[in-house]
Design a protein. Structure first.
Length: 396
């Protein structure tokens, strides 16, 4: 009798152990991304004799199961709420929650500012090669550098946490000096913003980007520099735009990591042209009817920084059919997105590349093929020393 009972118990236990992963496999296959974590979920691994033998299947299965366990998002959100609202921890999910803006937790160990001039010089040498190639194809090159949100608000870090302030200042200066030494025009938007009083409303409180006011100030500074160099580009003045504060809740990259539980009244801003400059658009080589601002269908739905141009694309081309104006190429990270809605209006053709996603040809070959008159590199300072993606500017 005891053996029969044991068998029944073991059978039930085995059924439960098999039912849970089987249930996950059956009912979670449609989930491919984690919205709040802003990443793709692990895919179910292929089962082969080799993967079973070397243990890779078990490791991959564990990652998949962890990503697809039922109620995962609810549990993570509940854990975040407990840490923020019950335990009152100052740093939750890597985000500092006690200040007027959300800032990332920074490791206490940092590089000395003296560590950066060497790497900066090496990287600047590649930009010099790119600059020479652009000039050989009849164009002019400009580098536009932005402080990332944590750098812009570095004074808000409490004294008991590291802001990497000295490191950031030293790294930014070394990079700017290295480019300038190579004869490359460097527009430091941090200095531009400081000259305007370092307005707090130029950057988001819940996202690592600037907001539309910061983007517009940058656009004006860029156009002022270009026109000072002899270009005669039309400029969208403030009177040409209607700045609209959207009613939608705004979810930023920082608040996303907190499952949008941090009190947030921020709203996104757009600049609607009173007399719009017409354009045609292609994204990744395909005709597109996307507008400059991709808005939610109703006011209660949330929006993100991706509302500007609809987010990141490998290649976007905007044509305004005004052949008397020059052609521009802009490459860089997502800091380009908000400015694209403004910059295109100053050119006949504006090509935008995000080299994290565009792989059809090298930047060098792209410039040879399209021969833009003006090339703008737009980077935030946390990517200055990256040599992949938008930092991969030269291939022999």
């Amino acid at each position: 009798m005891a053996k029969k009972t044991d068998r029944i118990f073991l059978s039930c236990l085995l059924a439960v152990l098999l039912a849970v992963p089987a249930g996950v496999a059956l009912w979670s296959h449609q989930e491919t991304s984690a919205y709040y974590e802003n990443r793709a979920l692990a895919q179910f691994p292929a089962l082969t004799w080799e993967s079973l033998w070397d243990g890779s299947f078990a490791s991959a299965f564990e990652s998949w199961y962890s990503d697809h366990v039922p109620g995962r998002t609810t549990l993570l959100k509940a854990d975040t709420a407990v840490q923020m609202q019950v335990l009152r921890r100052p740093v939750v999910n890597g985000i500092l929650t006690t200040q007027s803006v959300l800032l990332p937790f920074m490791e206490y160990e940092e590089w000395a500012p003296e560590s950066y001039p060497g790497p900066a010089k090496t990287i600047a040498a590649d930009y010099q090669k790119l600059d020479a190639h652009i000039r050989a194809n009849g164009g002019s090159f400009y580098f536009v550098g932005f402080p990332e949100q944590r750098v812009y608000f570095e004074d808000l870090f409490p004294s008991y946490l590291s802001s990497h302030q000295k490191e950031a200042a030293g790294a930014d200066k070394a990079f700017a000096d290295a480019l300038t030494a190579q004869g490359i025009p460097f527009l430091d938007m941090g200095a531009v913003y400081d000259a305007q009083g370092h307005p707090a409303n130029f950057y988001s409180a819940v996202d690592h980007h600037y907001n539309y006011y910061g983007a517009y100030a940058a656009y004006r500074a860029i156009l002022a520099d270009l026109n000072a160099d002899g270009w005669d580009l039309p400029v969208l003045e403030e009177d040409d735009l209607e700045f609209q504060i959207l009613p939608n809740p705004y979810i930023g990259s920082r608040s996303r990591k907190l499952y949008n539980l941090w009190p947030n009244e921020e709203r996104a801003v757009i600049g609607v042209q009173r007399q719009p400059v017409a354009f045609t658009r292609t994204d990744n080589g395909q005709n597109s009817d996307k507008p400059l601002f991709v808005l939610p269908q109703t006011a209660d739905l949330p929006t993100t920084y991706n509302l500007y141009m609809g987010g990141d694309f490998g290649e976007t081309v905007l044509k305004t059919n005004r052949p008397t104006l020059p052609k521009a190429l802009i490459f860089g990270d997502s800091f380009t997105n908000a400015m694209e809605t403004l910059l295109y209006a100053s050119f006949d053709e504006t090509r935008i590349l995000d080299l994290r996603h565009y792989t059809e040809k090298s930047l060098k070959d792209y410039i040879s093929d399209y021969q833009p008159d003006i090339v703008l590199c737009v980077q935030n300072d946390t990517f200055y020393y990256t040599t992949t993606g938008n930092g991969a500017v030269w291939e022999e």
